[in-house]
Design a protein around this ligand. Structure first.
Ligand code: TYM
Length: 333
């Protein structure tokens, strides 16, 4: 069975973008693939995280993933720092990846902002750790949103260079991104050219999976739009990024296509369209929220599930990374 790996940072509450672009697509893969999912706390600390909040957010993220449909009995779900193989392999990859490759990463440029000198070294080598996450399991399929594509190309470059330099063809496999659906890139509610992000300073820019009805209604009503009514066809969404985003979100949440949404709502103004969108979002998210609250009511059970997940993950990754260390020439422990 093909092995799938994906991860999500516990750097805030998961957003509708995380859900529609990634998490939701992880659920069916549990039944068709050998699926491994990880809350990546090592990645989260590449930018400052308050320690108490990081702990709470790591649990919340795990609860959100289970509430969205990940089942620790049907997939491996764990926290990255609990499996040391990730950091061990990441170090080796820090020595395989070239500075020139990392310099091309657009996410580093975005996240580091203007004051690049003040960014952490961890943020710079972030993609090497991501490659280690996947290749420590020899996973070959990685379901992600569109923004992760460049990192996955780099992971393939790292695998290829490792295999070549150490003369071990095929030691690490090629990985393939799985970027699915109309919502592979959900945009900010305040600016249709920026992606929706859990770390955006404006809470108004995103829908959090935990937002209640009133908050969702307020954010959608205030979402930026243009003065024109909705077009009758998707072609009419060109150069209207905010309209395209809201249509895409409704299509994704109701399981249809932008075409079908416009057949129903084309010609309407945004006022009535937004009310439909609010109802769809509330209907979709409230069962997830109820389940999340239930899971967070028993942190002991949640932690136990994560510990078990980590043990199962380590059983796969440890032998692979130990073999990689032997290939590199480290003396066996
Ligand atoms: P993170 O935590 O930023 O996001 C988790 C997943 O959500 C997707 N995503 C989106 N999809 C659509 N629209 C959006 N606005 C949006 N925002 C986020 C992301 O593409 C991602 O799939 N580097 C990764 C975490 C990671 C990882 C890995 C992923 C670490 N190791 C190994 C895959 C494999 C990240 O920052 O995700």
């Amino acid at each position: 069975m093909q092995r799938v790996f994906s991860g999500i940072q516990p750097s805030g509450i998961p957003t509708l973008g995380n859900y529609l672009g990634a998490i939701r697509n992880w659920v069916p893969l549990q039944d068709t693939h050998d699926a491994i999912y990880c809350v990546v706390d090592l990645h989260a600390i590449t930018v400052w995280q308050d320690p108490k909040e990081l702990q709470a957010q790591t649990r919340e993220m795990a609860a959100a993933l289970i509430a969205c449909g990940l089942d620790p009995a049907r997939c491996i779900l764990f926290v990255q720092s609990h499996v040391h193989a990730h950091a061990r392999l990441a170090w080796i990859f820090n020595c395989v990846a070239r500075l020139g490759w990392l310099n091309r990463m657009t996410q580093f440029k975005d996240k580091a902002g203007k004051d690049r000198e003040a960014a952490s070294a961890g943020l710079y080598v972030y993609p090497n750790l991501m490659a280690a996450d996947i290749l420590a399991y020899r996973a070959t399929l990685v379901p992600v949103g569109d923004d992760q594509k460049q990192h996955l190309e780099l992971a393939n470059d790292i695998a290829e260079k490792f295999n070549h330099d150490y003369g071990v063809p095929g030691f690490f496999p090629r990985i393939e991104p799985l970027i699915q659906g109309v919502a592979a890139r959900v945009m900010s509610l305040r600016d249709g050219t920026k992606k929706m992000s859990k770390s955006d300073p404006s809470d108004q820019s995103r829908i959090n999976l935990t937002d209640d009805r009133d908050t969702i209604a307020l954010k959608i009503r205030r979402a930026k739009t243009d003065p024109e009514p909705l077009p009758e066809q998707v072609g009419g969404l060109e150069s209207r990024p905010e309209a395209r985003n809201l249509v895409g979100i409704l299509a994704a949440v109701t399981g249809t296509t932008p075409d079908a949404v416009l057949r129903e709502h084309g010609g309407k103004g945004f006022g009535s369209f937004k009310e439909v969108l609010v109802e769809a979002l509330v209907g979709h998210l409230s069962p997830i929220q109820a389940e999340m609250t239930r899971l967070l009511g028993d942190p002991g059970a949640l932690d136990a599930a994560l510990r078990q997940g980590a043990a199962r993950a380590a059983a796969i990754a440890d032998p692979i990374v130990t073999e990689a260390e032997r290939v590199v020439g480290f003396l066996p422990r």
